[in-house]
Structure formats: C-alpha cells, structure tokens
Design a protein around this ligand. Sequence first.
Ligand code: SF4
Length: 298
Amino acid sequence: MSEASDIAVVRSLLFPWWDGHARDLPWRFGRTTPWGVLVSEVMSQQTQMSRVVPYWIAWMEVWPDARALSMASSAEVITAWGRLGYPRRALRLQSCARVVTEAYDDVLPRSYEELTALPGIGDYTASAVMSFAYGERIAVIDTNIRRVLSRVFLGIESQGGTASREERELAARVLPQDADESVTWNQTIMELGALVCSAKNPQCEQCPLARVCAFNLAGKPGLGHKPTRPRQHFKGTDRQVRGLILEALRTLPSGSRISHDDVAALWPVTGQLDSCLASLDEDGLIEIHPDSSVSFPS
Ligand code: SF4
C-alpha cells in the first residue's frame, strides 16, 4: 500500500476500532492526572498493562501525587511495587516525584526537555505523557507502535534494539496533524499492537487493517523474525534471585531484618546469592547491616 494516499484510510479503519475495543484502563479517558498517567507508563514498562491495573489503583490511593510519593519511605515504595518486576523503577519514580515536588511545586512539567530531564524518564515516557496526559501532537514510539507501523506501512517486521531513524521518520510522517487525532492515533496503534497485532501471532483475521496492511497482503514475510539477542529465561537468573530476596523482605513487618542464615536459605548458590545481594544494595533496594542481616533501606 502506498503510504501517503492511504494514511487517511488506515485512520478511518482504526478509529472506529478504538471506539469499540479500547480497554477501559483507569488512567485513560481523562480520569486521572498527568502524574497518574506518568505512574501508569512507568509501571507498564516491561509489564503488561492488564497486570499493572491493581498495582496502579492501590498505588494512587496511597500516593495520589508526586508530593505524597516523595514523602514515602523507600521500604514502602519497594513493597508496594510488589511483583511488577524491575524494582529499581520504583525508586526512580520516587526520585522523579521528589524533583517534581521540589522543582515544580508538585505539577508535572509539560515540555519534552523538562520531562526527559526528570530521573528515570526517557524518550518514550516523556512522549507518552505529552500525548496521553497533555494532548500534545507528538509521535509516541514503543515496541508495539514500531511493530504495527512497520508491518502496515512498510510490509516488514521492525528491527530489534532502539528505534531506527527510518522508524522514527515513519512514525512522524503518519502522525495526524490534528493534536486530538494524534492522541487517538498513538493510543490506537499501541492498543492494536497489544491486543491484535502481537509479535509472534498477529490475529489478522480480526484486525481492522487486514485488507490494507502491507505485511498481511505480502503473506507476513519473516513473521516474528527479529535480529535481537535471545530472551533470557527467568529460572535460575539473577532476576529470580533478586526477586526472592525482595519478596522475603516484603512479607516481614515494616522495619524488620532477615538474618544472614535466613537469607542464605533462599538460594543454594552462594556466589550468585552474594552478588545479587551486592547488586540490590548498590541499587539502593536493600540495606546490608554489619551482622550481615538484610532489610529494606531505612
Ligand atoms: S493485518 Fe495482521 S499484521 Fe497487519 S496490522 Fe493487522 S494484525 Fe498486524
């Protein structure tokens, strides 16, 4: 399909689909603050949105704004992060909350430059906040959007790694001029990638773009092929060991420590356990005391 003439066709097929299929996530449809949108985006990095919902609801009840989060203890924040994974994100979000509170009087800034200068906020999150929270016209580029745009307009799989210049240019070219439409466009392409146009098993027969998608029309050449490094299995990894240590701390009453013996019982490979303890300590997620007991940071 030729891109320039068919962007309008894609849009005309996509927007009704969004109206009928968009998930009713609690941070959508103007029901939360820009800070709430940012929290949802940080939680959704590396974690499926459907899994994020209960965590986001509980989190926003306790810490509805940056100021509230900035006053929480690290232990509370790491505990509330629960099983969302990659818990350093929780501490970075709290660092971000402290800057927003102190430098911006608890109002999340709205320029790209200010947002990307906040701790833990990169290109994707800044763009998502500008689009979804502030309604600005900006191309949001995440894995789902890259995959869908590349398939629909170029007829090929997007490449792994960071977004290429071609992918960024494509995302900018096809973005609707109207700001409101650009927001719906970003959300819809992302949602289609999450629900229908999955990496390995796209449901083309249920897709509103089936008859115009270049990838589908070409017979899905090289489906799922990506020159990326193979996915690491979870079992036996440092991620698993770090998760076990944090989970053990979460189950204790606030302020408690785990003794060295109890920590040692968590994992049989002593060298790996020690290096995971060291890395958690380095990341500021735990504190190791002189008697080798472990606690959340005070
Ligand atoms: S037709 Fe298939 S490959 Fe194309 S966007 Fe839809 S689900 Fe993805």
